[in-house]
Design a protein around this ligand. Sequence first.
Ligand SMILES: [Zn+2]
Length: 242
Amino acid sequence: MADNKQVIELYPNIFWLKGEETGSHSYLIKGKYKNVLIDSGLDRNYVRLQHNMFEDLGLKVRDIDIIINTHEHFDHIGANRYFQEFGLIAAHRLAANKIVEEDRYVTMYTSGDLNRPSLKVHLWLEDRFRFDLGNYRLEVIHTPGHTSGSICIYEITQKILFTGDTLFAGGTLSYIAESGSFGDYINSINLLETRKIKALYPGHGMVSKTPEEDMKKAILNAKALLRDENEDVEITCFREVS
Ligand SMILES: [Zn+2]
C-alpha cells in the first residue's frame, strides 16, 4: 500500500479517495444496489476527484447515486454541486438546513461558479437512518460537537466508522466550530465508545486502527481545550467587572 496513491481500496469495493491539501477525503462505496460517496470535498478538488473515480474505479459522476455529507463545512460539501443533478445529496437535518439556507457563517461555503447554483439536500437524515447497499449497510450516528449537524457513518458488516471531522487518528481534535459545542462533542464520543469499532476513516489525515485509544485521547483533548476556554472566559469576566 503505497502512501502516494490517491485511491486506496480499504475493503472490497470500499475506496479511500484522498483529499488534496486542506480538502477533505472522500470515501466511495460501490454498492450492490447503489453507489455512495461520503463527502465530496473541496470544490477545487473536483477535477481530481472526477479523474480518480474514472481512472481507478471506472465510475462517472452520474454513477454516484448518493452523496452523504458528514457535516456542513465547505471542505466536505464543496463539490456537491457537480453531483446533485444526478444523485441524491444526504446530510443530517441540522447540516441540511445550513447548506440549503446558505448559512455561510457556519458552512464557510462560497462557490467559485459565478452562476452560483444553489446547493440541494434531498435526504434530511436523522440519527439511526440506514442505507442498505446490499453488500454493505451504512448507519447514521448523529455526533454533534464539531458542528451541530455532524454525523459519523457506521458500516455494520465491517464495523468501521467514517468520522468526518468528529474523530481523527491519534485523537487529534478539530476545532469546535460556530454551530458546535464542547459538551455535545464529549457526549458524542462517549456514545461512539459504546460501539464495536475496528477502524476509523476520518475526513482529514491518516486512517486509524486504534479507535478506542483515539476516542479516549479525543475526550481528554476536548476537556483540556474546554478548560482553557473556560479560563479565558473567567479572565474576560474579571476584567469586565473590575
Ligand atoms: Zn469541519
